[in-house]
Design a protein around this ligand. Structure first.
Ligand code: C5P
Length: 227
């Protein structure tokens, strides 16, 4: 059957990207982690001191956008797409709590969104794509054949995120991770441009009490129904 577009949106640390990646692999579709793109620009803001004194200097970021190139390249070892900033692999650098703590501020800047949305639409224009983010079903691909909205209880999400960070050797405190998850959800859902919201045509996947295999199975079933 013909290739479709699959949009996966939802709250932070719901297991979206893992599930979306698996689904893309099964369907032999392209997978795009749009959060990584916002994280790459956040990493740029941190390294160029555009975020300083606890403040994002939005105009400076807007003035720099033409100098920022975000791209993906397959990693032979992990067989996954790593994110690159101006030709440099920054996959490891974007997963820190430091980046997580400013990414929602960066994602509020409309010029940043416009740049990334255009790039995402280009990446998915041939269909056969699974894209995960916050505005995929609402803004990037409003005509997607399958839209999924993923959520889970904040404590469950924070625990999963905490375990991931600890696994990587990061020294984090659970309460800080929980605070970040709640804060990001709040900013993402209440911002003016492209707020995170579940549309009427999106299927709700609450993963609070589901393991990865169950999430995957549900997604595969919905994908097959949508084809
Ligand atoms: O998916 P991930 O948690 O990596 O996304 C990081 C942040 O990037 C989100 O909290 C949100 O602020 C922003 N984002 C967005 N729109 C997207 C993807 C991510 O605003 N499509």
């Amino acid at each position: 059957s013909d290739k479709i577009t699959i949009a996966i949106d939802g709250h932070s640390s719901t297991g979206k990207s893992t599930a979306a990646k698996q689904l893309a692999q099964r369907l032999k579709y392209i997978y795009v982690d749009t959060g990584a793109m916002y994280r790459a620009i956040s990493y740029y803001a941190l390294s160029e001191n555009i975020y300083r004194d606890n403040q994002l200097h939005a105009q400076e970021l807007i003035d720099s956008l033409d100098k920022i190139k975000v791209s993906f390249q397959r990693n032979e070892e992990t067989d996954r797409a790593d994110v690159y900033l101006n030709g440099k692999n920054i996959e490891k650098q974007i997963r820190t709590l430091e980046v997580s703590s400013i990414v929602s501020l960066v994602a509020e800047v409309s010029a940043v969104r416009a740049k990334l949305v255009a790039q995402q639409q280009e990446m998915g224009k041939e269909k056969g794509v699974v894209m995960d983010g916050r505005d995929i079903g609402t803004v990037v691909f409003p005509d997607a054949e399958l839209k999924v909205f993923m959520t889970a209880a904040p404590e469950v999400r924070a625990q999963r995120r905490y375990d991931e960070l600890i696994d990587r050797g990061d020294e984090v405190v659970y309460e800080e991770v929980l605070k970040n998850v709640i804060e990001r959800d709040y900013i993402d859902s209440t911002r003016e441009d492209s707020p995170l919201t579940q549309t009427a045509d999106a299927k709700l996947l609450d993963t609070s009490e589901m393991n990865r295999a169950q999430q995957f199975e549900q997604l595969v079933q919905w994908a097959e129904e949508a084809m």
